[in-house]
Design a protein around this ligand. Sequence first.
Ligand code: SF4
Ligand code: SF4
Length: 235
Amino acid sequence: MAKKETLFLTRTEALEAICRDFRQYDPQIMLFCQIIRLISGGDIVAKREGQKNGAWISLPGRGNMRWMDGVEMVEYLCESLESDLSVSLVASICARVFQTRASVTMDSATGQEGINIETGIEDFVCRQCGQCCSTLDYQREVIEEDVELWQELGRKDILRWVGVFTGESDKKSYKIWMTPGTTELAEGCPFLKRISSENRSVCLIQDVKPGICRQYPSSRKHAVMTGCPGFKRDL
Ligand code: SF4
Ligand code: SF4
Protein backbone atom coordinates (compact mmCIF):
# COMPACT_ATOMS: atom_id res chain seq x y z
CA MET A 1 0.00 0.00 0.00
CA ALA A 2 1.36 3.44 -0.92
CA LYS A 3 2.58 5.54 2.00
CA LYS A 4 0.10 8.24 2.94
CA GLU A 5 1.47 11.68 2.30
CA THR A 6 0.63 14.09 5.08
CA LEU A 7 0.91 17.78 5.70
CA PHE A 8 1.61 19.13 9.19
CA LEU A 9 -0.16 22.36 10.12
CA THR A 10 -0.05 24.19 13.40
CA ARG A 11 -3.41 25.06 14.90
CA THR A 12 -3.09 28.65 13.60
CA GLU A 13 -2.07 27.51 10.11
CA ALA A 14 -4.97 25.06 10.01
CA LEU A 15 -7.47 27.78 10.97
CA GLU A 16 -6.06 30.07 8.27
CA ALA A 17 -6.32 27.26 5.71
CA ILE A 18 -9.93 26.59 6.71
CA CYS A 19 -10.92 30.23 6.25
CA ARG A 20 -9.08 30.38 2.92
CA ASP A 21 -11.10 27.37 1.81
CA PHE A 22 -14.37 29.01 2.92
CA ARG A 23 -13.56 32.13 0.89
CA GLN A 24 -12.15 30.33 -2.14
CA TYR A 25 -15.30 28.65 -3.43
CA ASP A 26 -18.99 29.47 -3.71
CA PRO A 27 -20.54 29.28 -0.21
CA GLN A 28 -20.63 25.64 0.94
CA ILE A 29 -23.86 25.95 2.91
CA MET A 30 -24.22 22.30 3.94
CA LEU A 31 -20.64 22.22 5.19
CA PHE A 32 -21.08 25.55 7.02
CA CYS A 33 -24.17 24.20 8.84
CA GLN A 34 -22.18 21.13 9.95
CA ILE A 35 -19.28 23.25 11.20
CA ILE A 36 -21.56 25.66 13.09
CA ARG A 37 -23.14 22.71 14.92
CA LEU A 38 -19.70 21.21 15.58
CA ILE A 39 -18.06 24.30 17.05
CA SER A 40 -21.09 25.22 19.16
CA GLY A 41 -21.36 21.69 20.57
CA GLY A 42 -24.93 21.56 19.23
CA ASP A 43 -26.00 24.80 21.00
CA ILE A 44 -26.53 26.59 17.70
CA VAL A 45 -28.97 25.19 15.20
CA ALA A 46 -28.36 25.88 11.51
CA LYS A 47 -31.08 24.90 9.05
CA ARG A 48 -30.90 25.01 5.30
CA GLU A 49 -33.87 26.02 3.19
CA GLY A 50 -33.85 24.03 -0.04
CA GLN A 51 -30.94 25.00 -2.25
CA LYS A 52 -30.96 28.63 -1.07
CA ASN A 53 -27.65 30.36 -0.55
CA GLY A 54 -27.88 30.66 3.23
CA ALA A 55 -29.39 29.13 6.34
CA TRP A 56 -31.57 29.88 9.35
CA ILE A 57 -29.42 30.19 12.46
CA SER A 58 -30.53 30.16 16.09
CA LEU A 59 -27.95 32.15 18.03
CA PRO A 60 -28.13 31.60 21.82
CA GLY A 61 -30.03 34.37 23.63
CA ARG A 62 -31.11 36.02 20.36
CA GLY A 63 -34.74 34.81 20.25
CA ASN A 64 -36.00 33.84 16.81
CA MET A 65 -33.87 32.21 14.19
CA ARG A 66 -32.30 34.62 11.77
CA TRP A 67 -31.40 34.24 8.12
CA MET A 68 -27.70 34.38 7.21
CA ASP A 69 -26.65 34.38 3.60
CA GLY A 70 -23.57 32.48 2.42
CA VAL A 71 -21.19 35.43 2.68
CA GLU A 72 -22.39 36.25 6.22
CA MET A 73 -21.95 32.61 7.17
CA VAL A 74 -18.33 32.69 5.98
CA GLU A 75 -17.57 35.79 8.07
CA TYR A 76 -19.45 34.43 11.08
CA LEU A 77 -17.56 31.14 10.90
CA CYS A 78 -14.13 32.69 10.40
CA GLU A 79 -14.76 34.93 13.42
CA SER A 80 -15.98 31.97 15.49
CA LEU A 81 -12.90 29.95 14.58
CA GLU A 82 -10.76 32.59 16.27
CA SER A 83 -12.19 31.54 19.64
CA ASP A 84 -10.36 29.08 21.82
CA LEU A 85 -11.07 25.82 19.94
CA SER A 86 -9.15 22.73 21.00
CA VAL A 87 -6.66 21.22 18.54
CA SER A 88 -8.74 18.05 18.31
CA LEU A 89 -11.81 20.08 17.33
CA VAL A 90 -9.76 21.94 14.71
CA ALA A 91 -8.62 18.53 13.38
CA SER A 92 -12.27 17.40 13.09
CA ILE A 93 -13.11 20.61 11.21
CA CYS A 94 -10.10 20.07 8.88
CA ALA A 95 -11.31 16.53 8.10
CA ARG A 96 -14.72 17.84 7.04
CA VAL A 97 -13.46 20.90 5.19
CA PHE A 98 -10.62 19.20 3.27
CA GLN A 99 -12.56 15.94 2.79
CA THR A 100 -9.71 13.84 4.11
CA ARG A 101 -8.36 12.35 7.34
CA ALA A 102 -6.86 14.68 9.92
CA SER A 103 -5.48 13.89 13.35
CA VAL A 104 -3.74 15.60 16.23
CA THR A 105 -0.02 15.00 16.30
CA MET A 106 3.29 16.36 17.53
CA ASP A 107 5.79 17.75 15.03
CA SER A 108 8.85 15.54 15.53
CA ALA A 109 11.25 18.38 14.62
CA THR A 110 9.83 21.13 16.83
CA GLY A 111 7.78 19.21 19.42
CA GLN A 112 4.89 21.51 18.57
CA GLU A 113 1.35 20.19 18.69
CA GLY A 114 -0.57 20.44 15.46
CA ILE A 115 -2.60 18.58 12.88
CA ASN A 116 -1.56 15.94 10.37
CA ILE A 117 -3.67 16.19 7.25
CA GLU A 118 -3.62 13.40 4.67
CA THR A 119 -3.20 15.06 1.28
CA GLY A 120 -4.49 11.97 -0.55
CA ILE A 121 -2.11 12.83 -3.39
CA GLU A 122 -0.98 9.18 -3.68
CA ASP A 123 -4.52 8.42 -4.90
CA PHE A 124 -4.30 11.00 -7.66
CA VAL A 125 -4.01 9.94 -11.28
CA CYS A 126 -4.37 12.52 -14.02
CA ARG A 127 -7.01 11.22 -16.45
CA GLN A 128 -5.77 13.56 -19.17
CA CYS A 129 -9.28 14.85 -19.67
CA GLY A 130 -8.02 18.42 -20.25
CA GLN A 131 -10.84 19.82 -18.14
CA CYS A 132 -8.53 21.96 -15.98
CA CYS A 133 -6.69 23.40 -18.98
CA SER A 134 -9.88 24.46 -20.70
CA THR A 135 -11.90 25.79 -17.79
CA LEU A 136 -9.69 27.10 -14.99
CA ASP A 137 -8.66 30.74 -14.78
CA TYR A 138 -4.88 30.40 -15.07
CA GLN A 139 -4.41 33.52 -17.16
CA ARG A 140 -3.15 35.92 -14.55
CA GLU A 141 -1.19 33.36 -12.61
CA VAL A 142 2.05 33.14 -14.53
CA ILE A 143 4.92 34.30 -12.34
CA GLU A 144 8.36 35.73 -12.95
CA GLU A 145 10.05 32.37 -12.16
CA ASP A 146 8.08 30.70 -14.96
CA VAL A 147 9.13 33.40 -17.42
CA GLU A 148 12.77 33.31 -16.25
CA LEU A 149 12.88 29.54 -16.76
CA TRP A 150 11.56 29.85 -20.32
CA GLN A 151 14.10 32.61 -20.98
CA GLU A 152 16.96 30.46 -19.64
CA LEU A 153 15.85 27.56 -21.82
CA GLY A 154 15.46 29.82 -24.85
CA ARG A 155 11.82 28.74 -25.22
CA LYS A 156 10.75 31.44 -27.65
CA ASP A 157 7.90 29.17 -28.72
CA ILE A 158 6.40 29.67 -25.24
CA LEU A 159 7.50 33.25 -24.63
CA ARG A 160 5.76 34.50 -27.76
CA TRP A 161 2.44 33.66 -26.06
CA VAL A 162 3.30 35.64 -22.88
CA GLY A 163 2.04 39.21 -22.54
CA VAL A 164 4.49 41.47 -20.66
CA PHE A 165 3.17 44.58 -18.92
CA THR A 166 5.18 47.27 -17.15
CA GLY A 167 3.57 48.88 -14.12
CA GLU A 168 4.64 51.43 -11.52
CA SER A 169 8.38 51.50 -10.73
CA ASP A 170 8.98 49.52 -13.93
CA LYS A 171 7.66 46.38 -12.21
CA LYS A 172 6.79 43.78 -14.79
CA SER A 173 3.75 41.54 -14.76
CA TYR A 174 2.86 38.73 -17.13
CA LYS A 175 -0.24 37.25 -18.63
CA ILE A 176 -0.74 33.95 -20.43
CA TRP A 177 -1.63 33.11 -23.10
CA MET A 178 -1.86 36.09 -25.44
CA THR A 179 -2.14 35.70 -29.18
CA PRO A 180 1.32 36.66 -30.47
CA GLY A 181 1.55 40.21 -31.83
CA THR A 182 -1.80 41.25 -30.31
CA THR A 183 -3.17 42.39 -26.97
CA GLU A 184 -5.84 39.70 -27.05
CA LEU A 185 -6.01 36.67 -24.82
CA ALA A 186 -5.81 33.50 -26.85
CA GLU A 187 -8.87 31.32 -27.00
CA GLY A 188 -7.72 28.57 -24.69
CA CYS A 189 -4.23 27.31 -24.06
CA PRO A 190 -2.18 26.91 -27.27
CA PHE A 191 -0.28 24.01 -25.72
CA LEU A 192 -3.29 21.81 -25.08
CA LYS A 193 -3.57 19.10 -27.70
CA ARG A 194 -6.62 16.91 -27.99
CA ILE A 195 -6.00 13.36 -29.20
CA SER A 196 -9.54 12.40 -30.12
CA SER A 197 -8.66 8.86 -31.24
CA GLU A 198 -7.42 8.16 -27.69
CA ASN A 199 -10.02 10.31 -25.94
CA ARG A 200 -7.40 12.26 -24.04
CA SER A 201 -5.65 15.61 -24.02
CA VAL A 202 -1.96 16.28 -23.56
CA CYS A 203 0.12 19.27 -22.59
CA LEU A 204 2.75 20.00 -25.25
CA ILE A 205 4.99 21.74 -22.70
CA GLN A 206 4.49 19.23 -19.90
CA ASP A 207 8.07 19.47 -18.55
CA VAL A 208 8.12 23.25 -18.36
CA LYS A 209 4.48 24.15 -17.92
CA PRO A 210 3.71 27.11 -15.60
CA GLY A 211 3.74 26.56 -11.84
CA ILE A 212 -0.01 27.14 -11.64
CA CYS A 213 -0.50 24.11 -13.92
CA ARG A 214 2.07 21.97 -12.08
CA GLN A 215 0.40 22.63 -8.75
CA TYR A 216 -3.12 21.71 -9.89
CA PRO A 217 -5.01 20.24 -8.14
CA SER A 218 -3.60 21.32 -4.80
CA SER A 219 -5.73 18.83 -2.84
CA ARG A 220 -8.55 16.31 -3.12
CA LYS A 221 -10.96 19.06 -2.11
CA HIS A 222 -9.59 21.44 -4.76
CA ALA A 223 -10.05 18.70 -7.37
CA VAL A 224 -13.61 17.94 -6.28
CA MET A 225 -14.59 21.62 -6.19
CA THR A 226 -13.18 22.35 -9.64
CA GLY A 227 -14.36 19.27 -11.50
CA CYS A 228 -11.13 17.27 -11.72
CA PRO A 229 -11.82 13.51 -11.82
CA GLY A 230 -8.26 12.56 -10.78
CA PHE A 231 -9.14 11.23 -7.32
CA LYS A 232 -11.21 8.18 -7.98
CA ARG A 233 -11.10 6.39 -4.66
CA ASP A 234 -13.51 7.43 -1.94
CA LEU A 235 -12.23 7.71 1.60
S1 SF4 B 1 -8.87 17.96 -14.68
FE1 SF4 B 1 -7.61 16.60 -13.39
S2 SF4 B 1 -7.62 14.64 -14.46
FE2 SF4 B 1 -8.30 16.18 -15.95
S3 SF4 B 1 -6.40 16.83 -17.01
FE3 SF4 B 1 -6.71 18.23 -15.28
S4 SF4 B 1 -5.51 17.37 -13.60
FE4 SF4 B 1 -5.78 15.73 -15.13
S1 SF4 C 1 0.25 24.79 -20.20
FE1 SF4 C 1 -0.26 22.64 -20.28
S2 SF4 C 1 -1.13 22.19 -18.27
FE2 SF4 C 1 -1.13 24.43 -18.50
S3 SF4 C 1 -3.15 24.94 -19.34
FE3 SF4 C 1 -1.77 24.62 -21.09
S4 SF4 C 1 -2.01 22.48 -21.65
FE4 SF4 C 1 -2.84 22.72 -19.61
